[in-house]
Design a protein around this ligand. Structure first.
Ligand code: SF4
Length: 345
């Protein structure tokens, strides 16, 4: 299945000496430096990229002539079933400072002026970022459509106080348990003032069977006291202040800031960590590393949605132990599978 996945790719190569390459109808003088070539593979990305890596003898494309003389530094695949992106990539490169197009190179069969660009340095970080942002936005758009109207049992809690309390209850607890437990607690104690007035044993009973319910009850009471006395019953709109509360870590703080206050933050739970790595957006070992890697990567247009969508995707299709890739609406944008095929052969 992976070998039929279409996409575009960017080859980065270095040429250490001037050379002339000639095809049947065109001839190009190339000076030393770095070369960026953008190509597309409508039918199958993996074999196309393998072909470039292996530098097969059969030369008939412009890029074959160049790769015969240059050294491939990297090939970045973008698994997007959208050929217009190839033109966008060429446009992005042509607009990058320090990058110059080689007119006519490899563009005989499309509307682009060229597919090959020269630069004296590897100055295209911004191009990667913009291209990647486009791929992420496309993935989120598909997930948004797939999970439209589907709500998890905790999604009804949207106010900062509700988010804070329900997130504390949810630690190591399934949403199906957290939702009803939080609802019982809010019915008995809607705000910090009411919660701090409850006996610890009463809170335990209300949130049972949430995991670690005794510790959570103790901490929830303390959180309520702090929010009431230090912040006049208003959850602070500040990461450091939130993380100073008992039982509140970066994950809870980011969820409250993103969903409760509209900040551009990402709450990285096990679903976000796992799926972002499977998709190939990041390569990290822990949710903490993922949070640091994802924040600069995710466009503001989608960053606050990623947690909610990935939780649903992780519960329904991209499960921890058993993925259902054949039923996955974003399989054509996922690096799992195709990455192995590209890089292991
Ligand atoms: S289910 Fe498969 S194709 Fe879909 S995101 Fe997870 S690993 Fe990728």
């Amino acid at each position: 299945m992976a070998s039929r996945i279409p996409g575009i790719y960017l080859i980065i190569a270095s040429l250490d000496h001037p050379c002339r390459i000639s095809t049947r109808s065109l001839s190009f003088s190339l000076k030393p430096g770095f070369y960026f070539y953008c190509g597309s593979a409508i039918n199958s990305l993996a074999p196309r990229i393998n072909r470039h890596f292996k530098r097969e003898k059969k030369h008939h494309w412009h890029i074959d002539f160049l790769l015969d003389k240059a050294e491939i530094l990297a090939i970045a695949p973008y698994i997007v079933a959208d050929n217009a992106l190839e033109h966008e990539l060429a446009k992005l490169l042509s607009e990058t400072d320090g990058v110059t197009g080689i007119p006519g190179f490899g563009a005989g069969d499309c509307d682009c002026d060229t597919h090959l660009f020269h630069a004296d340095s590897l100055c295209i970080e911004g191009v990667f970022k913009r291209l990647f942002a486009r791929q992420i936005e496309k993935t989120v758009k598909i997930l948004r459509k797939r999970y439209l109207g589907i709500k998890t049992p905790v999604e009804k809690f949207r106010k900062p106080w509700e988010l804070l309390v329900s997130c504390i209850i949810s630690l190591r607890t399934k949403d199906e348990v957290t939702g009803p437990a939080a609802a019982r607690l809010f019915k008995a104690a809607p705000g910090p003032k009411e919660l701090m007035a409850l006996q610890e044993e009463k809170i335990e009973k209300l949130i049972f069977p949430a995991g670690f319910y005794k510790t959570k009850a103790r901490n929830l009471k303390k959180v309520a006291e702090i929010i009431h006395t230090e912040y006049q019953d208003t959850v602070p709109d500040d990461k450091n202040k939130l993380m100073a509360l008992p039982n509140v870590g970066i994950k809870t703080a980011n969820l409250v800031l993103a969903d409760g206050f509209g900040h551009f933050e990402i709450c990285v739970d096990t679903h976000v960590h796992r799926i972002s790595n499977r998709l190939g957006w990041i390569r990290t070992r822990t949710p903490e590393e993922s949070e640091k890697a994802l924040k600069p990567l995710l466009p503001e247009s989608v960053i606050r949605e990623v947690n909610g969508l990935m939780v649903k995707h992780g519960q329904n299709i991209c499960k921890p132990l058993k993925t259902m890739c054949d039923k996955c609406p974003i399989s054509s944008l996922c690096l799992t599978g195709i990455a192995n095929e590209i890089y292991s052969s």
